[in-house]
Design a binder for this molecule. Structure first.
Ligand code: TRP
Length: 362
C-alpha cells in the first residue's frame, strides 16, 4: 500500500494530509510510514515545553518520528518555547521542560547524532523570518484559525495577546527555515500547516521559489483519551506520562472512568472509557482491541484495568529504564540542545540570506 492522500476539511481550511495506516485500530503495522519515507527528505515537528510527554504523544506522533528517522529521513524537532507564552503570562521553567522533552525523545529512540533538537528562542534568524512571513497573511485569515480560536476559549489570560494570533506564522517559520517537507502532527495542527503552505506558496509567487509546501503526516491510531474520559493533556492530570513509574501507572489507570457493564466490548462511541483502555492495551501489545475485549469477556472493569496496566508497564519498561539512565546526567541533555541549536542556527542563517536576496533587501 502506498501513501494515501486524505483531504481533511476543517472549519476554515482544506489540507491535504497523509495518514499513517493503522488498521485494525490497535495494529502497529504501518506500511504508510514506509511509503511516506520514500518521497520525503526532512521532517520537522515539535512539542511545547509545558510538561512531560504522555502515552497519547507516544502513539500519536513520537513513534512515527522514530520510525521515519530509522528509515533515513532527517529529523528536526523544535521545542517552541515562545509558543508556551501564547496562553499564559509566563512560561513555567521553560528550560527545564525543554531538557525533559529531550529526555523523552532520547528514551523513545530518537538518535541525537542524526536529529537536530532545538529551542526556537535560540535561533534568531528563524525568528526574523516571522517579519516577512507576517506580510504574506491577512488579519482575517489569522482570526479564522479554528485551533487558535479554541485555544483562546481555553486560555488562562483575560486578554488575547498579539502572539496568540500570530504564532501560526511563527510556526510556519519553524517549518520553512529548514525547508522541511513532512510534518508529523495531530489533527489540531492542520490549520497551522495550511498557514505554512499558504506562506510558502505566496513567498514563492511573490519573490523566488525557495520553499517546499510541506505535507502533514497524521497518525490514524485513534486518539487516546485521558483517564477522566476527556482529552489527554499534560495539564489536566489525566495522562500517564512516558516517565511514570509502574506504580503511578497502576494508580492512574485504576482511577480511569469506565462503566458498570461487566461484559467488556470494544465500542468507542458508546463505551469510551472501556474502549480507551482496550485501545491502550492493544497499542502496547500490537493487537486488535476487539481481541483484547474478547479475552477479558465478563471479567469486568477491574480485570480490564489490570490488563491495561500490565500492558503499559511491559511495553514501556525498556523506554523507562533508558529514561532513568539518561536522567541521571542532565549535562547530556543540555549538550544535545546546544548542538541542536548550533546546527539550527547554521541552517536558519543560510535560509535568511536566501530570503534577503530574494526580497532584494540589504
Ligand atoms: N503548535 C504545536 C503544538 O502546540 C507545536 C509546534 C510549534 C509545532 N512549531 C511546530 C509542531 C512546528 C509542528 C511543527 O503542539
Amino acid at each position: 500500500m502506498t501513501a494515501e492522500a486524505a483531504t481533511t476539511v476543517t472549519a476554515a481550511t482544506t489540507v491535504t494530509a497523509l495518514t499513517t495506516d493503522r488498521t485494525p485500530a490497535g495494529s502497529t503495522a504501518n506500511p504508510l510510514v514506509a511509503a511516506t519515507a520514500a518521497g520525503h527528505h526532512r521532517i520537522l515537528t515539535g512539542d511545547r515545553p509545558t510538561g512531560p510527554l504522555h502515552l497519547g504523544h507516544y502513539f500519536g506522533t513520537l513513534r512515527n518520528r522514530v520510525e521515519l528517522q530509522s528509515r533515513g529521513l532527517e529529523l528536526m524537532i523544535v521545542i517552541p518555547d515562545y509558543q508556551a507564552i501564547t496562553d499564559r503570562d509566563r512560561a513555567d521553567r521553560p528550560a527545564e521542560h525543554a531538557e525533559d522533552l529531550v529526555l523523552d525523545y532520547l528514551a523513545a529512540g530518537v538518535d541525537p547524532e542524526r536529529a537536530t533538537i532545538f529551542t526556537h528562542s535560540a535561533v534568531p534568524a528563524l525568528n526574523q523570518l516571522l517579519l516577512p512571513f507576517l506580510s504574506l497573511v491577512s488579519v482575517a485569515e489569522l482570526s479564522r484559525n479554528p485551533t487558535v480560536k479554541d485555544e483562546i476559549a481555553h486560555s488562562r489570560q483575560s486578554a488575547v495577546s498579539g502572539l496568540m494570533f500570530t504564532y501560526p506564522v511563527h510556526q510556519a517559520a519553524d517549518i520553512l527555515f529548514c525547508k522541511a517537507d513532512l510534518v508529523p502532527v495531530g489533527q489540531d495542527q492542520l490549520p497551522h500547516l495550511e498557514v505554512t503552505r499558504t506562506i510558502a506558496r505566496r513567498f514563492n509567487d511573490r519573490y523566488t521559489t525557495l520553499f517546499p509546501e510541506p505535507q502533514a503526516l497524521l497518525s490514524r491510531a485513534p486518539l487516546l483519551l485521558g483517564t477522566d474520559g476527556g482529552k489527554m493533556s499534560k495539564s489536566r492530570g489525566n495522562a500517564v506520562t512516558l516517565g511514570a513509574t509502574a506504580d503511578e501507572t497502576a494508580r492512574l489507570l485504576r482511577g480511569a472512568v469506565t462503566d458498570p457493564d461487566r461484559h467488556i466490548t470494544y465500542d468507542p462511541e458508546h463505551r469510551p472509557g472501556v474502549s480507551n483502555l482496550l485501545l491502550l492495551t492493544a497499542l502496547c501489545q500490537d493487537r486488535d482491541p476487539h481481541a483484547v475485549a474478547a479475552e477479558i469477556g465478563n471479567g469486568g472493569a477491574a480485570l480490564l484495568k489490570r490488563t491495561a496496566t500490565e500492558a503499559v508497564n511491559e511495553y514501556f519498561r525498556p523506554l523507562r529504564a533508558r529514561r532513568a539512565e539518561l536522567a541521571a546526567d542532565r549535562t547530556v541533555l543540555r549538550e544535545v540542545l546546544h548542538a541542536g541549536n548550533a546546527r539550527a542556527n547554521a541552517v536558519a542563517d543560510r535560509t535568511l540570506t536566501e530570503v534577503r536576496a530574494a526580497m532584494g533587501t540589504f
